[in-house]
Ligand binder design. Sequence first.
Ligand SMILES: Nc1ncnc2c1ncn2[C@@H]1O[C@H](COP(=O)(O)OP(=O)(O)OP(=O)(O)O)[C@@H](O)[C@H]1O
Ligand SMILES: [Mg+2]
Length: 253
Amino acid sequence: MAKILAVANQKGGVGKTATTHALAAGLAARGERVLAVDLDPQGNLSYSLGLSAGPGAMALLQKSAAASEVIQSSALGLDAIGSSPDLSSADIAIAETGKEYRLKEALAPLARKYSWILIDTPPALGVLSVNALTAASKVLIVAQPDIYSLHGIERLADTVATVRRYCNPKLRIAGIALTRFNRRLILAQQASQAIDAQARELGTRLLSARIRECSAVKEAQAMKRDIFSYAPRSNAAKDYQALLDELFPPKRG
Ligand SMILES: Nc1ncnc2c1ncn2[C@@H]1O[C@H](COP(=O)(O)OP(=O)(O)OP(=O)(O)O)[C@@H](O)[C@H]1O
Ligand SMILES: [Mg+2]
């Protein structure tokens, strides 16, 4: 049965999309069958996965297409469902009772086809993020090591708690991953300590893998490649490999 991981933070530009792409590519490289879902109207993941325009996640949410009809093949072992600009109207367009369950229902028939489904979410706490959190078994919180992140993580944790109460009691926080990390900045160290303390308060953990600031991440996205194939020796590839191994410990034997 597919496990579903949502990558979330309502703060913009913290590395959600880069992280979703790296984790999806890393799992596919291990031979897992992976589906990536772009639930962000900006469509950044769709762009970096090289998807073509056409019906995607919005069609699922509106029940105008089945998941099998909108899946595209992105790379070996990596399929994807793309975004489209009309996702930005989801909050208004999808308003009926049960609106939180649309994605979960649409992905259910794929449970045997994939081992992992990874969902990239937009920088907002609206119907799209709630659909992702309702479909997911786990949520990975991505954050930058600055003090302003603390408040945002708390709000996200509140949303997770609400989704748990009303829609998805089994939802777990997989951890908090710090991206765009700069070891030399004393502020980054201080912020990490504060986020670590906050993670414990929220009943989760600050993951030990840190994704360093690294220009190869931007380049890989622009070149529509994943970080492991584009720059296998870069700091970001090493760091994302560490995050992958921490989140999904490789099977022995
Ligand atoms: N480790 C990194 N080093 C350098 N640049 C990075 C790193 N991670 C992400 N970036 C760059 O920062 C920008 C934001 O990253 P990304 O798009 O992954 O964030 P996001 O949280 O998905 O943003 P949004 O909230 O807008 O969807 C992108 O231009 C990306 O290339
Ligand atoms: Mg993004």
